[in-house]
Design a protein around this ligand. Structure first.
Ligand code: NAI
Length: 318
């Protein structure tokens, strides 16, 4: 297989002053990309803006190995400014890695509104702002690659992380729709749910486990998914410690109540075991993969979606 090169590609990685993002930047630069290293240098909880150092260190490391990189210190909530940095320095953006993140863990009983909101803001709204600013360049040039960073906590839940889980599963849905809207413009969008050694995990996992969780084991999948040669889009990947796997939805065979049956809680209770039975399951990927019975609804939904006005009045083009 030929080498996976990123020569002349412009890559933006948010939250790249340390952890996973830093590894991605180093790897992209090694393979010829022009890299925008974004990081506001904040603390794990996003309490303070640490400044320019975190991003500068990564840029210097890339430059001293002969690579091309520029630092950007914007908050992802100003994601449009990060993309501006790419355009100002390198003319466009080809690849966006939505990676910036914070943690504000608390049991749900103690979760306050600010900590809930801020985590959603950084992960979801940050990804929205950066991706939307990049989107117009992707569409114009007929090329774009996006990675959203979810988490096993977003897929399965994790004690003390209702805010983080909500944000991370939000990114999954965000990417699934982006993938569908981007397909005809050669915009490929995927989501990863990683586990790796970083300041996020250093205090919760024991050293022998952490040793196996190098971020260097996450970067290969991110690079492959964002390469020209990959057309797989709208998918979720779980990646950790050298394991690379795909996650997908599975729907049980289910129960279709007949029109002459009563639609009551008691009828559901009676058939609940059947509803939970996955013997005859399917793996839907599109709205139109709904149960055949639902297809009529899907057609109506698509028809209505096409009629939705968009901000630029050009209409929705799903
Ligand atoms: P990290 O804390 O080393 O990296 C996150 C970076 O994002 C930091 O450098 C931070 O300064 C930056 N950042 C935070 N808020 C920002 C903002 N508003 N604007 C710009 N930059 C901001 O942690 P790590 O582990 O490298 O995390 C990277 C991504 O991977 C995050 O989205 C995290 O939620 C996700 N993740 C990590 C896992 C792990 O096991 N390390 C597990 C699952 C998901």
């Amino acid at each position: 297989m030929s080498e996976i090169s990123f020569k002349d590609k412009v890559v933006v990685v948010t939250g790249a002053g340390g952890g996973l993002g830093k590894h991605y930047c180093l790897e992209y630069a090694k393979r010829g990309a022009k890299v925008v290293v974004n990081d506001l240098g904040g603390s794990l909880s996003g309490n303070d803006d640490g400044g320019s150092k975190a991003a500068d260190v990564v840029v210097n490391e890339i430059k001293s190995s002969g690579g091309i990189a520029v630092a950007d210190y914007n908050n992802v909530l100003d994601g449009d400014k990060i993309i501006e940095t790419a355009v100002k320095n390198f003319g466009t953006v080809h690849i966006l890695i939505n990676n910036a993140g914070i943690l504000r863990d608390a049991s749900f009983k103690k979760m306050n509104e600010r900590d809930f909101q801020l985590v959603l803001d950084v992960h979801v709204n940050g990804a929205f702002k950066a991706t939307q600013a990049a989107w117009e360049h992707f569409r114009k040039q007929g090329y774009g690659r996006v990675i959203n960073t979810a988490s096993p906590a977003g897929l399965y839940g994790n004690f003390g992380q209702t805010n983080y889980s909500a944000a991370k599963s939000g990114l999954v849905g965000f990417a699934e729709t982006l993938a569908k809207e981007g397909e005809k413009y050669n915009i490929v969008v995927n989501t990863i749910a990683p586990l790796a050694k970083s300041r996020m995990t250093e205090s919760v996992l024991p050293p022998p486990i952490l040793e196996q969780l190098s971020p260097a084991k996450i970067a290969p999948l991110v690079l492959y998914l964002t390469h020209d040669s990959n057309q797989t889009t709208g998918q979720i990947f779980e990646v950790a410690a050298g394991f690379y796997g795909q996650i997908r939805w599975e729907r049980s065979g289910g129960v279709l109540f007949k029109p002459d049956e009563s639609f009551t809680a008691e009828s559901v209770a009676k058939k609940f075991d059947e509803i939970l039975n996955f013997d005859d399951s399917s793996k839907p990927e599109l709205l139109k993969n709904q149960h055949p019975f639902m297809l009529n609804f899907y057609e109506e939904l698509t028809k209505n979606a096409r009629q939705l006005p968009s901000n630029d009045n050009s209409g929705v083009d799903p």
